[in-house]
Structure formats: C-alpha cells, structure tokens
Design a protein around this ligand. Structure first.
Ligand SMILES: Nc1ncnc2c1ncn2[C@@H]1O[C@H](COP(=O)(O)OP(=O)(O)OP(=O)(O)O)[C@@H](O)[C@H]1O
Length: 240
C-alpha cells in the first residue's frame, strides 16, 4: 500500500494570466481526513482540481495513489465533489445514483448503501430539483461515494448544512477514513478544523501550515484555528 495517497511537490498553477498556486508541497496520509482551509479565492478549488487531474497548466509533481494525477486508471478510484451539484435535477435521487452506478460499473446494492450513508433515505424518490440545497449537495456526495473510492476530494461539502448534519457528515468522513479511504475536505469555515486529523492552511496560493490541529494551536499559541491562522499570517508578514 502507498503510505501517502497524495504527494504534491512544488505545485504551481496558472489560471488565466495569473499564477494562483505558487509552489505547494505536502502529502496526504492514507486513511486520514485532511482539512484544506483558507479564505475565498486562496486556491483551494484549484488545488483540488489539480489532484483530481482536471486542472490545466499545472507544473511540479502531483502523484495520486502512486500515479501522476490525471492518469486514466485513477478515474474510478477517486471521488470528487465539486461546489456545484453534480446530479441531474429532473431525476430522483435513486435514479441519479442508479445512472452513475451503471456508468461506473458498480452494483445496484451500492446505491442503497450511499443513500443511507448521506442520510437521504426519506428523499430517495424525490426529484433532485425539489430538494433543498443541502440535500442536493448530499446527493452529489452520495454519487461520489459509489464504488467506495480510495481517495475523496470534497470541495466545501458542508456549506449550507445545519450543525447536526455537518456533524453527521464529519462522522461519516471519519468512518470512511477508518475503512482506509483518504479524504481531503475544503472549507472556509475555520470551526470545522478541529474535526480533521490534519490541516493545510492556504493563503493567496501559498501553504502557510501543514500540521495537526493541536500542533498548529500550540505553535501559534492560539485558542482556535482562526486565531492561529491570523498569527501565522502576521508572522509571515514580519519575515518578509
Ligand atoms: N477559470 C478561471 N480563470 C482564471 N482565474 C480563475 C479561474 N477560476 C478561479 N480563478 C482564480 O484563481 C484563484 C483561486 O481560485 P479558487 O477557486 O481555487 O479559490 P478557492 O480558495 O477555492 O475560493 P472559494 O473558497 O471562494 O471557492 C482566484 O484568484 C480566482 O479568481
């Protein structure tokens, strides 16, 4: 088994005529939940897309499950949830999942498993365009869970969810990691940080920190991750 599910080395990404990631290096340990945190526009989606193999103009090295990102054989081994719902509005939750299961060549039994995993059983027969925003994003997450991918890259999966659902989803992420999956979960909500095994703090395309939540708090002498983030920014500004 590869020890790190993802290895990024000196990753630079240009979008339009701007460099938006400036040389990012980190690894994601197999079987862990890593939070990718940082303010809007700092490059979280871009980094996730680079790992999913969907981002143009990437230089440096992005290794995913032992192969370069974007290698065709990786497709069925990665679950990627974008910020936009990736399910069809005019189909029910179950119809969507049966369709994606067929595309992936995954058995129908998996459809029931993922519906229960995201707690959508009561809306399994509802059309997706009649679901709330949070229910729709859970339907997208369910689609990404089909086939039990080894790596899950989730772009802000908990936006718009109430605290109980957010807690349930984080519990699900940890259960998946306990079963061996590796998860990278982006968020701009700093209070989600404590739920992660490890954190990547991104700012303006640079990696400010790569550590456990506790180690980050200790290093910054902070009581919460938001304060730790601000302390790290101030320290970085002083060393410039
Ligand atoms: N299609 C694009 N063309 C050019 N620049 C882009 C494009 N998409 C994003 N960018 C720029 O790349 C930078 C990083 O964007 P990205 O979407 O990765 O940030 P983010 O941290 O995910 O933000 P958010 O939390 O708001 O989703 C931003 O400055 C953004 O303006």
């Amino acid at each position: 088994m590869v020890k790190n599910a993802v290895e990024c080395r000196d990753v630079v990404v240009v979008r339009g005529d701007r460099e938006v990631l400036h040389g990012i290096t980190f690894g994601l340990r197999t079987g862990s939940v890593t939070g990718l945190l940082g303010p809007s526009g700092c490059g979280k989606t871009t980094l996730i897309r680079a790992i999913a193999g969907l981002q143009a103009k990437v230089t440096g090295d992005v290794q995913v499950l032992g192969s370069p990102a974007g290698t065709p054989g990786l497709r069925g081994r990665i679950g990627y949830v974008t910020q936009e719902p990736s399910v069809y509005g005019d189909l029910t939750v179950t119809e969507n999942l049966r369709f994606f299961a067929a595309v992936l060549g995954v058995g129908a039994a998996d459809v029931d498993r993922v519906i229960d995993a995201v707690d959508l059983r009561s809306h399994a027969d509802a059309r997706v365009d009649r679901l709330s925003g949070g229910q729709r994003s859970r339907a997208s997450l369910a689609a990404a869970l089909l086939g039990s991918p080894e790596l899950l890259v989730l772009d802000e999966p908990t936006v718009g969810l109430d605290p109980v659902l957010r807690r349930d989803l984080w519990d699900l992420f940890h259960r998946l990691a306990d079963d061996g999956a590796t998860l990278l979960v982006s968020s701009h909500v700093m209070d989600e940080a404590s739920r992660c095994d490890r954190l990547l703090l991104l700012r303006d395309g640079d990696l400010l920190a790569d550590d456990t939540p506790d180690a980050l708090l200790d290093a910054a002498g902070a009581v919460d991750i938001e304060q730790a983030f601000l302390t790290l920014i101030e320290r970085k500004a002083r060393t410039r």
